[in-house]
Structures are given as C-alpha cells and as structure tokens.
Design a protein around this ligand. Structure first.
Ligand code: OOG
Ligand code: MG
Length: 262
C-alpha cells in the first residue's frame, strides 16, 4: 500500500459519486501514479462498504479482462475482479436507462452459480466445476467512470471494474453437462450479430476465470460463498449502445437473454 487511509476514502467517495451521478473523471493514477494493486482493491472495498451501509446487498462477483479480445480493446493485460450489487440487476428482457449511465457498453458472458463454498489458493477449473450448480448466459453492461473509457489496470480495479448493470437468463444448464470451451455465443444488437465467439475465448475455459477470482479472494483472506453468481468476463470486445438499442445474447445450449436501452 502506498496511499494513506484518508486518500483511499476520498478516492472511493469520488468514484462512487461519479457512478451514482453518471459523470466521468480522469483516471485516478494521473494524480496518484504510485498507487499499487492493494490500494486499488482497498478503494473498491470502500465503495462496496459504502453501498452495504446504504442498504445494498451483494448480488455476485465478476471477473473482467479475461479474454484476449477484451485485453486488446482496453490495452490491459491482467484480469481484474469486482463486485455486483442488487442495484445493478436488470430482469431478462428488461430496460436499462442510458441517462443513468455515462457511455455504456455490453459484453457477452457465461455466468456461474455455485452451490458450495470455494476457497483459494489452489482453486482450479475442476474445483469450480465440482462446486458449480449451473451456468447461464448473461449480458454485462459496463460503464467506466473514466473519460473516454481510458484507464490502466489499477484505475479500473478501483472503479469496481466498470460494473454498472447485468442481466442473466436463458436456460440454466448443469455446468458439467456442457462443453464450456466449444459452446458458441452470438451477441446481437437490433437483430444484427455484432460479436461472436466461443467459451474458450475466456482464459481457455470460463471456469478458469472463476478459479482466478477464488484465488484472488483467497489471497485477501476471503472465500466465494455457496450460492454465488459469478460473471466470467466478456468473451468478445465490448459493444457500445445507445437509447433504443435492443441487445440479445444466445449461447449454444443455454438459450438467450436480452435487454433494451431506453
Ligand atoms: C473493465 C471491465 C471488463 C470484462 O468482462 O472484461 C469486464 C472494462 O473493460 O471497462 O467486465
Ligand atoms: Mg464484464
């Protein structure tokens, strides 16, 4: 850690206010070039604490920057982890109000629901699949609080990895009965395919992203509780959206999920 607790508090308050008020900011490492990964997660922790204090409930966890397509698009080469709270949830087929966001983008994701606690270090794909109940398709709406979506890895971690909204739906299937590497996925905007890929785009196997999250939590003395929802990360580049757009994601064997931007 290089930042003092007061600075961490201020940065968390600032980023949280930017999220709530849908206004952008310059990336925080411009002012604090020496901040480290622990500082970044400490800021994210403070944002979560403020949300919990305000009555929020944790709705799940997310891994991000887990595919080459995403890493290339954002110029960041390390996966990052964040939290999801109830205020981010959208019902399948539901609406997202663009006026509540800065510059939203959508990402196709494979989502896991666990039925047993997972603990790192040493968590691997096998442990994740053994502890998973179902997998299902999900669309994440990311909305970096940083101007023009420009950030580095520490800034984006502090900003809770751009988390803003998400929807899960389609058909939940037994995680061990689908081949999560070869399953194809198609993201459509207004009926036109705009991104396509396969599960293996996410770290070779999307369960590897969950294992990395668990090992990350383990390093911080935490575990992934039973019954957790985990977004494994965008399998393709994220796609910008505007009011009026209808977005749907179809994942092979798992049906489809959708949302509308108004
Ligand atoms: C960071 C969040 C990335 C994913 O699935 O890769 C993410 C960003 O690109 O703004 O959620
Ligand atoms: Mg994502």
């Amino acid at each position: 850690m290089t930042l003092d607790p007061k600075t961490l508090d201020q940065l968390a308050e600032h980023l949280h206010a930017c999220q709530r008020e849908a206004r952008d900011t310059l990336k925080i490492t411009d002012q604090h070039p020496d901040m480290d990964w622990d500082d970044a997660y400490a800021i994210q922790d403070r944002i979560l604490a403020a949300k919990l204090k305000g009555g929020a409930r944790v709705a799940g966890y997310k891994a991000g920057l887990t595919s080459h397509a995403k890493m290339r698009q954002m110029g960041v080469t390390d996966p990052v982890f964040g939290f999801l709270v109830d205020e981010f949830t959208v019902a399948d087929g539901g609406e997202v109000r663009v006026s509540e966001l800065i510059h939203p983008k959508v990402e196709p994701e494979i989502c896991f629901v666990t039925r047993a606690e997972l603990k790192g270090p040493g968590c691997h794909i096998g442990a994740v699949l053994a502890a998973c109940d179902v997998v299902l398709p999900g669309i994440e709406v990311i909305d970096s609080r940083y101007r023009d979506f420009k950030f580095d890895v520490k800034s984006v971690i502090a900003d809770n990895t751009s988390a803003a909204r998400f929807v899960v739906g389609g058909r939940a299937v037994d995680a061990r009965r689908v081949d999560l590497t070869t399953c194809g996925l198609v993201l459509e905007k207004n009926g036109v395919p705009v991104a396509l890929g396969a599960g293996a785009a996410v770290l070779g196997h999307p369960a590897a992203a969950v294992a990395m999250l668990v090992n990350h939590l383990g390093r911080r003395g935490q575990s992934l509780p039973a019954g957790s929802l985990v977004l494994s990360g965008g399998a393709t580049e994220a796609v910008s959206v505007q009011p009026g757009d209808h977005v749907s994601l179809r994942v092979q064997g798992m049906g489809s999920v959708s949302l509308r931007f108004v």
